[in-house]
Design a protein around this ligand. Structure first.
Ligand SMILES: *Cc1c(COP(=O)(O)O)cnc(C)c1O
Length: 366
């Protein structure tokens, strides 16, 4: 008798390694490893979540109509073309299931978000990484790996873990240079944190293009709702129709729908979070650079910091030193960035402790 066997490509799948959250000896470690919003959820989202518990015996609204309308109103979008998912990771998975088959190619930039190659490979697709320039996606390099088998190009804009982004003009050039049949997916998990003028969200591009641009957004970052697993995508009408066919009718839970709607509508809280991040991302970058470390120019809610290569001063040594101080940051080995650590912007108190710990780490070198 032979055992049931999965599709051949499944056993080759790489596991996604998430930011760690547990540290021996610390009941409440300082977790700066997963880019969760520093200020947590809006109090209104928390209240809506608790209130929704009263209806947990009911199935959720399968159309997500209220949440979609709230997003559409705040963002100025067509509610009919918003798709909600269990995190934007689910939307990324839907897109691969719907548009990628065995042998089809999915293009992403070398240090792009790891979920793209994983979601592509999960449906038998072939992930194709394009070179970057200065840890930034490069339109020319992306275009150079596109073939007749390319189905989707995924760009996190701005990107995790590099923090860098493609300008509005470069995104436009990429779209115009790609074959019309290739879907361009702009993952904008960090769009709310960007504060530079040469950046633009792709939401307008979805309407301006020929049914071949999708934008994904998440509640896990600026909204501080990573634990409820909620994300959304803005799609051309034909794509929305396709994704609605493959998603489970009740994919998003009752409390997630309620908390998400309250979070979107609490525009003032989002603005507070954005301002906090803008202030502290800059302060942290300046202080970390003053200690002698190289950083990428981050548009997100984290900094990516490079360490020397010798055993006493390298990223692994820094990581373990920080853990000894109760601070968890993100090692970057799974991205091939062994010399780097990614550090989420935290609260003022957390940021201050991180800088103190890094200062003390540097002092151990003498
Ligand atoms: C965090 C993150 C997401 C969000 O994933 P969710 O499933 O919505 O929690 C998506 N893309 C990138 C690049 C991210 O860093």
């Amino acid at each position: 008798m032979s055992a049931p066997s999965p599709r051949p490509w499944i056993l080759d799948l790489e596991e996604y390694i998430s930011g760690e959250s547990v540290l021996a000896g610390y009941a409440k470690p300082i977790k700066l490893s997963a880019n969760e919003g520093a200020l947590g959820p809006s109090p209104k989202a928390l209240a809506a979540y608790l209130d929704a518990a009263q209806s947990m015996h009911r199935y959720p609204v399968g159309s997500h109509a209220h949440l979609r309308q709230a997003i559409a109103t705040v963002q100025g979008l067509d509610a009919a073309r918003i798709i909600c998912g269990v995190g934007s990771d689910e939307i990324i998975g839907f897109l691969c299931r719907a548009y990628v088959g065995p042998g089809d190619e999915v293009v992403y930039s070398d240090h792009g978000f790891r979920m793209y190659p994983i979601a592509a490979a999960a449906v038998g697709g072939v992930p194709v990484a394009a070179r970057e320039v200065n840890l930034t996606a490069s339109v020319d390099d992306l275009l150079s790996v596109v073939t007749a088998r390319t189905r989707i190009v995924f760009i996190a804009n701005p990107n995790n873990p590099t923090g860098t982004y493609l300008t509005k003009d470069e995104v436009l050039r990429l779209r115009k240079s790609l074959p019309a049949s290739v879907l361009l997916v702009l993952d904008e998990a960090y769009a709310e944190f960007v504060t530079t003028d040469d950046y633009a969200s792709g939401l307008k591009l979805v309407d301006a293009c020929d049914d071949n641009v999708v934008v994904t957004r998440t509640f896990s970052k600026i909204y501080g709702l990573g634990g409820i697993r909620l994300g959304w995508g803005y799609c051309p009408a034909p794509v929305a129709k396709v994704l609605n066919r493959i998603r489970d009718p009740f994919n998003v839970s009752v409390p997630a729908l309620a908390a998400g709607q309250a979070a979107v509508e609490d525009v003032a809280f989002v603005e507070t979070c954005r301002a906090h991040n803008q202030t502290w991302r800059a302060i942290m970058a300046e202080k970390i650079a003053a200690l002698g470390f190289e950083l990428t120019p981050s548009a997100c809610n984290f900094n990516l910091v490079r360490f020397p290569t010798d055993a006493k001063r390298n990223a692994a040594a820094a990581d373990s030193y920080l853990r000894g101080r109760g601070i968890i940051v993100r090692a970057m080995g799974s991205y091939g960035l062994n010399e780097w650590l990614r550090m989420t912007v935290g609260t003022e108190a957390e940021n201050t402790l991180l800088i103190q710990a890094l200062t003390d780490f540097v002092a151990t070198w003498e």
